[in-house]
Design a protein around this ligand. Structure first.
Ligand SMILES: Cc1ncc(COP(=O)(O)O)c(C=O)c1O
Length: 456
């Protein structure tokens, strides 16, 4: 059969609330034209993030009931630890309440002024946690990954030549570790090939620099390797995942993505001394090492989620449903990052609104219009999220101006996705009427979460 179906049936449903266009115009104005500040109840289809928004399975809910809430030595922790070790084979597994807590602990220990952390592309919380310690977060994405219109199989790959010259320039003693983010969220959810991971590891080994993998969406990356990389089509998803992690010295993961859980994360590593330092800090900031800021029931949900995520029927459906939305938009002439990534469609706002300059946040303009037009919530990933300013206060824009429509896992059906494509196409049809925005309030760090705007 041609049709790839959802590999599950729906047991429990949650109504969504319909609003009128007039209501949405008023609600968005009250939210300072920042959809992060909307009440979720006022959103019809919420594509703000795929993080923590997954629908849990009946087995995960059963795990929630089984959760062992003992303060120390909880059985649920050992289930969680087994699930992480089965995939990553890391010697030390440290639970955290979400991904950024793992980053905070790791970089508080290995970061500091004068240090550099390369990555294919740092996610915003990773970058913020590194910069908070006075270190520099450096993106070394390959050139193809910076061009939304170029179709290539592994646009998340790190530029290995740049990596090696960067190490020579800054000195290996100033690079405590190197990261690879799979898939590359900030660069379009694009995958990294096994060959690239292997090559990065080889270079790092020469300079004794550890490799840490940001594994938020490792299973989606695994599926792309299986489908696109020579030599992997006959390997199971688990085998491919195990090979990826065999090249790593450590892992950070937000289990709110490919952990299929609503909260949770972990930090894992092979270095015993580093693990000791991390656990000591964990006790101060998160909790005892066998729960780390999570309830026993949350640990069970993650353990079960990690067991389900490598199901190949699920991965086939997941990657196909994102691709399906991408194909509809491409057919309507809408510029998106091609090919579609693993968890989201990224609209290329620069080509969608060529007349709105980065200083006026073209991505934010599209985000606002998608809400007004059809109650859809997306997120800007461009000058608002990553823009920097020079000494004269002039914006230095990031390479791409994007709008991300992230698809929560197992939540929306094909007709929801058809509706989303109709709304995006309608906004594209009216694109000449869209206006830029200016910021009237911004926080000093991670400003996109709370900034307020006015239309120009
Ligand atoms: C690649 C990547 N790393 C880290 C994080 C941070 O995870 P959390 O939101 O659980 O703190 C995210 C969250 O979206 C992410 O996409």
């Amino acid at each position: 059969m041609k049709t790839i179906i959802e590999p599950f049936k729906i047991k429990s449903v949650e109504p969504i609330r319909f609003t009128t266009r007039e209501e949405r115009e008023k609600l968005l104005k009250e939210a300072g034209y920042n959809p992060f500040l909307l009440h979720a109840d006022d959103v019809l289809i919420d594509l703000l993030t795929d993080s923590g928004t997954s629908a849990m399975s009946s087995e995960q809910w059963a795990g929630i009931m089984r959760g062992d809430e003992s303060y120390a030595g909880s059985k649920s922790f050992y289930n969680f630890e087994d699930a992480v070790k089965k995939i990553t084979a890391m010697k030390f597994v440290i639970p955290t309440h979400q991904g950024r807590a793992a980053e905070k602990i790791l970089f508080s220990i290995v970061g500091g002024p004068g240090k550099y952390f390369p990555n294919n592309t740092h996610f915003d919380t990773t970058r913020a946690n590194i910069e908070f310690t006075g270190s520099e977060a450096v993106d070394l994405l390959n050139e193809t990954g910076k061009h939304p219109e170029i179709r290539a199989d592994f646009k998340g790959n790190m530029d290995t030549e740049k990596l090696e010259s960067f190490i020579k320039e800054k000195g290996k003693e100033n690079i405590p570790l190197c990261m690879i983010t799979i898939t590359n969220n900030s660069g379009g959810g694009q995958p990294v090939s096994m060959q690239n991971i292997r090559e990065v590891k080889k270079i790092l080994q020469r300079y004794s620099i550890p490799l840490f993998i940001d594994a938020c969406r490792f299973a989606e990356n695994v599926y792309f390797i299986k489908k696109r990389e020579k030599g992997y089509s006959d390997k199971s998803a688990l085998e491919i995942a195990q090979e990826i992690f065999s090249y790593a010295d450590g892992v950070t993961m937000s289990a709110k993505k490919d952990g299929l859980a609503n909260i949770g994360g972990f930090l894992a590593m092979n270095d015993e001394n580093l693990a000791l330092l991390c656990r000591n800090l964990l006790i101060v900031t998160e909790g005892f090492p066998t729960y780390g800021g999570l309830a026993g029931r949350d640990l069970e949900a993650v353990a079960q989620g990690l067991a389900e995520i490598l199901d190949e029927h699920y991965l086939q459906y997941r990657i196909r449903s994102v691709e399906y939305l991408g194909e509809k938009l491409i057919a309507a002439g809408i510029p998106i990052i091609e090919p579609p990534g693993g968890h989201a469609i990224y609209i290329d706002a620069k080509r969608f609104l060529p007349d709105i300059p980065p200083e006026q946040f073209p991505g934010q303009s599209i985000v606002c219009e998608l809400y007004i037009e059809g109650g859809i919530r997306g997120v800007e990933i461009g000058s608002l999220m990553f823009g920097k300013y020079d000494e004269s206060g002039r914006l230095i824009p990031p390479p791409m101006e994007l709008v991300r429509l992230a698809i929560p896992r197992r939540v929306y059906t094909q007709s929801h996705i058809d509706y989303v494509s109709e709304v995006v196409i309608e906004v594209f049809r009216k694109r000449d009427k869209l206006k830029g925005y200016e910021i009237i309030y911004e926080a000093p760090i991670l400003r996109h979460f709370t900034a307020r705007f006015q239309a120009l």
